[in-house]
Design a protein around this ligand. Sequence first.
Ligand code: SF4
Length: 351
Amino acid sequence: MKQSLYGYTLEGLQQLVLELGYKKFNGEQILRWLYQSQVTNIDDMTNLSLPVREALKEKYEIFLPEIVKKQVSDDGTIKYLLKMKDGSLVETVLMRYVYGNAVCVSSQVGCNMGCSFCASGLLKKVRDLTPSEMVAEVMTVQHDLNKSNERVSHIVIMGIGEPFDNYDNVMQFIYCINEAKGLAIGARHISVSTCGLVPKIRQLANEKLQINLAISLHAPNNEIRNKIMKVNHAYDMDLLKEALVEYCQKTNRRLTFEYILLNGINDQSEHASQLAKWLEGTNSYVNLIPYNSVDESSYRRSEEKNINNFYNLLKKYKINVTIRREFGKDIEAACGQLRAKSEVRKHENNC
Ligand code: SF4
């Protein structure tokens, strides 16, 4: 089976052409064709000699997934359901901000972390996505944006999957999209989100990358977190905090904490006080997320007055906090919903 040319750094592409018996500088030419000219056919790389193109075509291709479904929201959010070569379905979302276009990338097919409020967790992990598949998610959106002369400017690795459960591939993906002569997405425009895999947070601190780290926290104490996030049984909030304080000291970067407000579970005044206390000593920013109810879940969205009360209390405790703008409310925009529904339908059809 042919391999995709996506997902390599400049150094990786130089190595690839050297192994094919050609010149190192061909690597940079390929990188520019893929990400600056955005060709989808090796034959279009016209400054490569014919023998180089033929040798490339024997082993490689430029794989873009099939767009199985595309939903466009009134607010401009676009949700794509993409089919990879083996038939795996992956969700990718384009979100539009005043400062640019962000693509939310999935890192795995399904997820094994089993967070009880998450539609992605309803479907177990089938496999990890490769760096080339994650790049292909981004390039699929970029090709769509080319029609309106727009550019992907930010990447958030917050789609389906736990990125740190696929650490090496995700890092390779980040180094690839950050490549200056390629897509050139600045490190500060790249965010990765984890549910709290402590050893990998420590590993990231040593990467010397200026990317943004977000933590899916969603609870103010171990009792609640144990109930809603299985990962807390392995790495509780004390271990997590220790690793994060170290991370901040080493990287000097600010952390983002994601906190989904679940009605009656984690949205009361005492929870806001506990959260503020736990955050002491971290350079952080809290993103409150009103829960987007899914049919399959028993959780409900917090009442408006509780959302505002939680926000105001955190403000009072001098915590940097925002209530996340909701994207694509009119489409199935909560992470995993589109794929979950599609898989459920597929299973229904199979029965
Ligand atoms: S919230 Fe993230 S880590 Fe948890 S089940 Fe969903 S995709 Fe996995």
